[in-house]
Design a protein around this ligand. Structure first.
Ligand code: P5A
Length: 441
């Protein structure tokens, strides 16, 4: 992509309404545009990052055996009357009437709808286990939408739903999603800590929130520093090895970790003082086992090997991709802007032509632009006439991990400068060396 053709509406002033750094940086870097309280458009830079986040989520969901579907945003109220949640959900639900005066709603979550799909098709235990998921917009009329896309009213959610014959099967399904979450967040460069959680309006008796540590987080959390050293399993893991899954979950739930709602001060104090960590956290994922809470009132049953009908046991598993984009910025930024981890960076390389019109600069940049593009890496080429200082500031702000800079003096010698955004280190190398680094497949 050439910057001259890229819609990147940067803001010069720091927007006053933005209270936290990720919100400020997302507005300044032209990633999102607020359309109404808690409702945002995603502009090109933001959309590219959001798509990268979603791509990682899709890969890891599929790896763990989930089937992708796509359910609508608008749901009939009758489904929610069946489960009994229509009245319980309260003002957070956006209720709508269609032209026939039928009660509809903009889905805040999809337990009812997916249960309706399941009961319409699945009859036998032989079709289980089953996990159906989608990434779809949700609407929750939050009392206080704030912090930009971190707590918005319209937001994207990856929601998966598992169906099993019994509690034991459902527990195995829960473990698979738990492990896939560890991998998903780690691939984005995040350290997400699973914490026992309250189930709220989703219900059930087993639930974990995945929390990343950040000073601006909305929750107060307490945990053992052991989590900072723990690593998610690698991609060779066998999701169908139930004992292996159970062991990973056990390892990741044994050290103490809790949000303030579930905090147990005496258990926390039992950790040695130097290993205690009290911090703020952002909830990026939340998983639930709720048994027959929906399948029972909605009559979702399968025939078991015993010939009897069994009400299925369910769980649901959420990740907030739009919130994650903000959470990643909270974790990776400095005073100059964003510092994207490579797997979610909108571009891998920012190619900066310091003097368009200078023969050597133009030639080197065009050559590098082609070579990097051909290698499959995303490159943003600054071919504009902006001032040098403005160019550097833009690339620091939008957080591209590598900057390759061609200035007239070094270009005349066939050299470019490479800057690493994460640590600020700089290196002057030959054009060939730069092509080797970023242009090789
Ligand atoms: C789990 C999947 C559920 O709704 N039903 C389907 C269950 N869980 S949840 O915890 O309420 O939400 C799941 C994730 O969605 C993100 N999220 C939000 N993101 C931005 N703005 C919001 N207002 C918002 N509310 C929830 C979070 O990442 C949460 O973990």
């Amino acid at each position: 992509m050439r910057l001259s053709k890229f819609f990147l509406p940067l803001l010069k002033e720091t927007p006053k309404e933005a209270e936290i750094v990720s919100h400020r940086l997302m507005l300044r870097a032209g990633m999102v545009r607020q359309q109404s309280a808690g409702i945002y458009s995603w502009l090109p830079l933001g959309k590219i990052v959001l798509d990268k986040v979603c791509a990682i989520i899709h890969e890891e969901q599929k790896r763990a055996g989930a089937n992708e579907i796509l359910m609508p945003t608008i749901q009939p109220a009758d489904l929610w009357r069946e489960s009994g949640r229509y009245d319980d959900y309260g003002k957070e639900m956006l209720r709508i009437q269609d032209r026939h005066e039928r009660d509809m709603l903009f889905g805040p979550t999809n337990e009812e709808m997916v249960t309706e799909i399941f009961r319409s098709y699945v009859r036998s235990y032989k079709d289980l286990p089953l996990n159906l998921y989608h990434i779809q917009w949700k609407f929750r009329d939050e009392v206080r939408p704030r912090f930009g896309v971190m707590r918005s009213r319209e937001f994207l959610m990856k929601d998966a739903y598992s169906f099993d014959m019994n509690q034991e099967g459902a527990r195995a399904a829960y473990h698979r999603m738990f492990v896939s979450y560890l991998r998903t967040f780690e691939r984005m460069g995040l350290k997400a800590i699973p914490m026992r959680a309250d189930t709220g309006p989703i219900g059930g008796d087993l639930s974990h929130e995945f929390i990343i540590l950040a000073d601006t987080g909305e929750s107060q959390v307490f945990c053992d520093k052991a989590y900072l050293e723990m690593q998610a399993p690698d991609e060779g893991i066998d999701y169908w090895d139930e004992a292996a899954m159970a062991k990973i979950v056990k390892d990741f739930t044994t050290p103490y970790a809790a949000t303030d709602e579930m905090h147990d001060e005496s258990a926390y104090e039992a950790i040695g003082e130097k290993d205690r960590l009290s911090a703020r956290g952002i909830e990026v994922g939340h998983i639930f086992y709720f048994g027959t809470k929906y399948s029972d009132p909605m009559n979702a049953k399968v025939q078991g090997p015993d010939g009897q009908e069994h009400t299925v046991h369910m769980g649901s598993y959420g990740i907030g991709p739009t919130r994650l984009v903000a959470a990643i910025i909270e974790a990776f930024h400095d005073e100059d802007g964003i510092k994207w981890p490579e797997p979610v960076a909108p571009f891998h390389v920012g190619l900066i032509n310091m003097k368009p019109g200078d023969g050597a600069c133009d030639e080197i940049c065009e050559k590098l632009y082609k070579a990097i593009g051909a290698s499959g890496r995303d490159v943003l080429y600054d071919d504009t006439d902006n001032r040098a200082g403005a160019k550097f500031a833009t690339f620091d702000l939008i957080g591209v991990p590598w900057q390759v800079i061609a200035g007239p003096r070094s270009a005349a010698e066939g050299k470019v400068e490479i800057k690493n955004r994460a640590d600020g280190s700089r290196d002057t190398v030959s054009v060939e060396e730069a092509i080797n680094r970023f242009g090789a497949a």
